[in-house]
Design a protein around this ligand. Structure first.
Ligand code: F6R
Length: 606
């Protein structure tokens, strides 16, 4: 996720483009840049770091330019750096391009363009666009952009300025958002509506496959080479809610982004034959084949993703898989050697304890894979191989989409390792097929948030909660309880259901809701016995059960029915209503959801 901005009109473009960039910083913030048209030249200013760094640079730059584009980056291809920051230029300095999305065939295109003599300056997929524009340009920029998009596969919102097309911005979109704000004698471009709202409320939304030509007094939208009508609409929301795409909080927005981001995580990692293949892991093939054990370390929510990963990998690989809290790992003299494959999991890639665990693993001779969201972060750089989760920036302190994309990568890793080691091949093929259905299953859960909202409304007077499950369901219970406590400030405890009778049962009373996860047919009978133990002590049991599980339904007080996939994959579905439960309860209690008290998004101290 990156942010694109643009302005063409009579005013100076630079202050407007910069202001728009600041409003889009939540879409990405590892580098930023602008391209300005002035006196027959294209000027590019760009810098690694937050927009503040670019601001310092532009303050020293004299310009009267009235046409400009801007970009704030969330790295995908290539670490954050000055060279990888957008805009990207062609070889001749005539065309500058900004892009949000992923060009899937960029490697092929890059090789073809290099054969034709084009010199690349960055590691990004985007740079192929500026060189393609240069290669295809025959005097008409609009036609060139139309030809360019025919050659690229993937997702893009792009904007091009050129000294060959004065007072014009040419844009195109496919599967990445792009809006044009219609002013009076001026036009505004942005990835999201909030960035145009201070200037105009009349907005035109581009559709997939559209190309648009923005000029001061006119916008023409084309599709398939022909002009089309895209009726503008009037934005009536306030700016704050527009930034959250109309959701009340970033947390809810991020919960709803999950079908799409999980799709992004899987994209390109399952080949045409339906086999998981993670290209980045090729250099570790020998270590994967020879590993006698796997050791995982992480903190918080990422640790909970590791708990699911442990169970999954053990089932697939039949080798011991250990999971440790990163803050404990290095203080227990861990048994790690050259025959150990290490995995660390981190959204931010900067968690101090996880980084220390990674160094400990490497110091003891293990090869380490990092499951990480932030490209170019310390953990991504220090691991032998980073496998990115592609969740995009997560703004809410409480992790939601970061967790489910970590789970998706855990599954991909388990399936990839099994393929490399030549084990459980039939099961691997079946699970891969099921994994591909997960984004759609998650999407169906999004439509049922009202059911969870109703459950939450019955719990606002409660102060203590238990989350129970067995196997994978216990791993998910840990995450459900963490979500609830961090944003509602209520006490919630996760327990392996079979352990309740060894002590905690003493805490069960009608005032303590018990969230019961029952998603394994194999363990159902056992869970029913545990639920009956709660009921006999007056406990109120809220079941999160498989669709069609009438047996458990009879013993619980209320039921949320989950779509059915293989029990190994259930966590990525069953956690979703638990995220929503925490959210709605916190909202009903009037909590500060996106920035809960005492917590920080990235914990860089031990
Ligand atoms: C909880 C949460 C934290 C993080 C933990 C690790 O919602 O977000 O528990 O999971 O601080 O952070 P990362 O994944 O950045 O290493």
């Amino acid at each position: 996720m990156c942010g694109i901005t643009g302005y063409v009109g009579k005013r100076q473009s630079l202050p407007i483009v910069m202001d728009q960039l600041k409003r889009l910083e939540y879409r990405g913030y590892d580098s930023s840049g602008v391209a300005l048209l002035e006196n027959g030249s294209v000027h590019v200013l760009k810098s690694v770091g937050k927009i503040r760094a670019l601001q310092d640079m532009v303050e020293r730059f004299e310009t009267q330019s009235t046409t400009g584009i801007g970009h704030t980056r969330w790295a995908t291809h290539g670490a954050p750096s000055d060279a990888n920051a957008h805009p990207h230029m062609d070889c001749t300095g005539r065309f500058a391009v900004v892009h949000n999305g992923i060009i899937e065939n960029y490697l092929e295109l890059r090789e073809e363009l290099q054969m034709l003599g084009h010199q690349f300056k960055s590691e990004t997929d985007t740079e192929v666009l500026s060189h393609l524009v240069e290669e295809l340009y025959e005097g008409d920029l609009v036609q060139t952009v139309e030809e360019t998009i025919k050659k690229v596969h993937g997702s893009y919102a792009m904007a091009v300025v050129s000294n060959q097309a004065k007072n014009r911005i040419v844009v195109a979109r496919n599967q990445s958002p792009l809006v044009i704000g219609l002013g009076d004698g001026e036009m505004f471009l942005a990835s999201d509506i909030p960035a145009v709202m201070p200037y105009t409320r009349r907005v035109l939304l581009l559709e997939d496959g559209d190309v648009a030509i923005m000029e001061r007094d006119h916008v023409e939208v084309r599709h398939g080479g022909k002009a089309v009508e895209r009726p503008p609409f009037e934005v009536t929301w306030d700016e704050g809610s527009a930034e959250k795409a109309g959701y009340e909080h970033f947390m809810l927005k991020e919960i709803h982004e999950q079908p799409q981001v999980i799709r992004n995580t899987l994209r390109g990692r399952i080949d045409d034959e339906g086999t998981v293949h993670i290209r980045e892991l090729e250099p570790l093939e020998e270590a994967i084949r020879g590993a006698k054990r796997v050791v995982i370390a992480a903190c918080g929510t990422a640790y909970h993703a590791g708990c699911v990963g442990k169970l999954f990998m053990e089932r697939m690989l039949r080798v011991p898989v250990e999971i440790d809290l990163a803050s404990e790992f290095r203080y227990r003299e861990p048994i790690v050697d050259e025959e150990t494959l290490g995995i660390v999991v981190s959204q931010s890639g900067e968690t101090a304890d996880t980084l220390a665990a990674l160094r400990e693993m490497k110091g003891r001779g293990a090869k380490v894979v990092a499951v990480v969201n932030v490209v170019g972060s310390s953990i991504a750089r220090e691991a032998d191989v980073p496998v990115y989760t592609w969740a995009g920036p997560e703004i809410c302190v409480a992790s939601t989409k970061a967790y489910t994309t970590q789970l998706a990568v855990m599954y991909l890793l388990g399936l990839h390792f099994a393929n490399v080691r030549g084990v459980a091949l039939e099961e691997t093929a079946r699970l891969t097929k099921e994994l591909e259905t997960i984004p759609d299953c998650v999407a169906t859960l999004m439509e049922r948030d009202d059911e969870v909202e109703r459950i939450a409304a019955t719990l606002t007077e409660k102060e203590d909660f238990f989350f129970l499950g067995r196997g994978m369901d216990f791993a998910v219970s840990l995450e459900g309880a963490l979500k609830l406590k961090e944003i509602t400030y209520l006490h919630a405890e996760a327990y392996a259901a079979g352990e309740m009778k060894h002590g905690p049962l003493a805490l069960i009373s009608p005032d303590v809701p018990v969230i019961c996860l029952v998603t394994s047919e194999r363990l159902r009978e056992k869970m029913i016995s545990n639920i009956k133990e709660m009921k006999a002590r007056g406990g109120c049991c809220l079941g999160f059960l498989l669709e069609g599980d009438l047996q458990t339904e009879q013993v619980v007080d209320s039921t949320f029915r989950l779509p059915v996939v293989d029990e190994l994959l259930m966590p990525i579905l069953s956690v979703v209503p638990l995220q929503m439960l925490a959210y709605f309860l916190a909202r009903d209690l009037g909590r500060e959801i996106d920035q809960p008290r005492n917590l920080a998004k990235s914990v860089t101290v031990e």
